[in-house]
Write a protein that binds this ligand. Structure first.
Ligand code: MSP
Length: 646
């Protein structure tokens, strides 16, 4: 079978636990641009995306929603498919890990790994984060045994488990990485993986008995298969690997030199270590390249529901168009590094790059062709002094664009399109068509300017099509082009125009006012906050006066206060309450210096069960009020310590 001219591109499959935000959408939009590009390069492309539907987190979110896990995941899959349709995602296959075509392969490979002793039965004890579906060692945990990734509390788990032998494959994997320098890109991520492997691999726990929502191990159905092991195999089960018809597996995996997994940095270890090790153990060729992108962050950090800083792609698209969102995503995130999302930056890019540079180039060009040549483009032209320079910029940037796309440097590729557009705008200023138009003897030169501008836009429409497909079609329609797109392999200057350009074009993007837009988003986010607060208030159940009386609140005076010896965020105070002095640990070090607290008379919960916090005992709790940014202790001025609060 021919080994080239094919491309298998995959996104990670999305957790079926919530709505996709612009951060998650990045991978899928980027892969879509990439898949469209490869198709336009004449490749036989298979683009896979889908849903990761097992695990405790999903079981719990289904319970919360009061539906069965299967109904829950099917509902999220339908919503996600709708989103991809709206964002113009041209996937060829959408896999759900609850589908039989997937689960039966996962079971088959698990049993095979077990039979080969690459998986064995052992015993596991550890700290597990439900939200990240990952185990952590004690030294990795954050303060108060919290998850180092998401900060949520972890749970101590002890169970009989199956383990995948990672240690056995550490050396062969390092050897593979060393002999395939382009396996993991960019290099910084590759180095990260190498040092992770070199620091020593522990065998990986690959089964669970504490919940049931997963793929059962056929030979021991009390266990379900660890969700990551299950999920990673989607890349092969979707191709029919191990099934009666594995022709797609042969075609797009085995006999293919362009298999691309595109993932965010948070799931690097799973794709760069566990996945290739399983492939090695199963004698499946590794045969893929891993492109690792950074994260889209907000000024306030990671996007999260609790912070209320989520940005959803269709909210932006409804206001600025789908293509503007696709443009922003592909333009803003350099491969490997994080990128910051801000509405300000979004609107600036929209106004400058899209409405001004590209939009104006098209409307000026079409209106000049109408004004000076009644809409027709003459092929009989006399070159101006500036044409060669524009042609050169076109040629160089198209070549560079193809190279950048080929190596998944989308941001750089978009930059090449921008270079062409700004050069063409400059070309209008250089050639001053309005001056040429005044002199009949310069008509052929004017025709050359119009022809060059049309050619630039035709070529831009081709190379912009993977990024902004609707805009690309609008440009072509405005130029009177009837063929869909040109073959990118043979794309070059010199098209013979048959048709007139459109008589009029609607602006590709309508310019917006930055201050107005920012005010709009500010109002939106305030409205969301109010809704959230109302919801939270609704959630707290009413209590009776007897319930309240169960809490003993008294005024205490802080006599001494020190930093906690083992935790930066905590202070340890000695507080006098009437005749007794109590030691109380509080998480307020970020807001108060220990010395400024001495002498303050604060409200203390005195009948709280004593606890040890990071090795220091605490007998009660000091009351504070807080908002997103600040925190204040509740104080009294006149009353003596020991006074009762009621
Ligand atoms: N279900 C796993 C993948 C299993 S693949 C065998 C998963 N799902 S996810 O929904 O959490 O993430 C989907 C993709 O979005 C991942 O590539 C992840 O890295 C990416 N991103 C999640 N948040 C992101 C940003 N804020 N910015 C950019 N990409 C982000 O991981």
């Amino acid at each position: 079978m021919e080994k080239t001219n094919k491309c298998y591109v995959t996104t990670p499959i999305y957790y079926a636990s919530g709505k996709v935000h612009i951060g998650n959408a990045y991978t899928t939009v980027a892969c879509d641009a990439f898949a469209r590009f490869e198709r336009m390069m004449g490749k036989d492309v298979r683009y896979l995306t889908g849903m990761d539907e097992h695990g405790l987190k999903i079981q719990q979110s289904a319970e919360k929603a009061g539906v069965t896990p299967l109904d829950h995941v099917n509902c999220i899959a339908a919503e996600t498919k709708e989103l991809w349709k709206n964002l113009g995602i041209t996937y060829d296959d959408f896999i759900q890990t609850t589908e039989v075509r997937h689960t039966k392969i996962v079971q088959k490979v698990f049993e095979q790994l077990l039979a080969n002793d690459d998986i064995y039965l052992g015993h596991y004890e550890g700290d597990y984060c439900v939200s990240c579906e990952a185990y952590f060692t004690k030294s990795q945990l954050g303060e108060g045994n919290t998850c180092p990734d998401c900060g949520k509390p972890t749970t101590r788990v002890s169970e009989e488990s199956y383990f995948l032998r990672l240690k056995k494959y550490a050396e062969p994997l390092l050897e593979y990485i060393n002999t395939h320098p382009d396996f993991i890109q960019p290099e910084t991520r590759r180095n990260e993986v190498v040092s992770f492997i070199e620091s020593g691999l522990e065998d990986l726990c690959v089964s669970r008995t504490t919940f049931t929502w997963g793929v059962p191990i056929p030979s021991n159905p009390r266990h379900v298969i660890y969700v990551w092991i299950d999920a990673l195999f989607n890349y092969l089960s979707a191709l029919g690997y191990g099934s009666d018809d594995d022709s797609n597996y042969q075609k797009y995996w085995v006999n293919n030199d362009k298999v691309c997994h595109v993932v965010g940095k948070d799931i690097l270890r799973f794709h760069a270590v566990y996945w290739p090790i399983m492939l090695m153990a199963l004698n499946i060729p590794i045969n893929f390249k891993l492109y690792v992108h950074g994260w889209i962050l907000m000024k306030s950090g990671k996007m999260s529901k609790s912070k209320g800083n989520m940005v959803y792609p269709m909210d932006l698209a409804a206001r600025y168009s789908v293509d503007a969102v696709r443009y922003y995503l592909t333009k803003e995130l350099p491969l490997g590094n994080d990128g910051l999302f801000s509405y300000e930056r979004f609107v600036e890019r929209y106004n400058n790059d899209l409405a001004n540079d590209l939009g104006n180039l098209l409307s000026r060009t079409v209106s000049m062709i109408n004004k000076y040549f009644k809409g027709s483009l003459s092929n009989e032209i006399e070159n101006t002094d500036f044409d060669a320079a524009l042609e050169e910029v076109l040629k160089v940037n198209v070549d560079e664009y193809k190279n950048e796309m080929d190596s998944f440097h989308l941001q750089n590729a978009v930059g090449k399109i921008n270079n062409i557009v700004s050069r063409a705008n400059k070309y209008i200023d250089e050639t001053t068509p309005w001056v040429l138009a005044k002199d009949e003897s310069l008509k052929a030169k004017l025709a050359s300017v119009m022809y060059h501008l049309a050619e630039t836009l035709r070529i831009v429409s081709d190379i912009v099509a993977p990024i902004m497909p609707s805009v690309a079609l609008k440009i072509r329609a405005s130029l009177g082009l009837t063929e869909a797109f040109d073959d990118l392999k043979t794309l070059e200057y010199g098209y013979k125009y048959q048709n007139n350009v459109a008589e009029k074009v609607e602006p590709l993007f309508k310019r917006v006012d930055l201050a107005e837009e920012l005010a709009y988003f500010e109002a939106q986010s305030k409205a969301k906050e109010v809704k959230k607060e109302e919801k939270e208030e609704e959630k707290i159940p009413e209590i009776t006066i007897d319930d309240f009386a169960k809490v003993s609140l008294k005024i205490g005076e802080i006599k001494e206060c020190k930093k906690h010896p083992n935790a930066e965020k905590l202070l340890v105070s000695q507080i006098q309450i009437g005749n007794e002095t109590r030691q109380i640990v509080s998480g307020i070090a970020k807001y108060y210096d220990p010395t400024e607290l001495v002498g303050k008379k604060v409200v203390v919960v005195t009948n709280l069960k004593p606890v040890k916090i990071r090795g220091v005992e605490s007998f009660g709790m000091v009351l504070c009020a807080s908002d997103e940014n600040d925190l204040e202790l509740l104080e009294v001025k006149k009353l003596e310590n020991g006074s009762v609060v009621r």
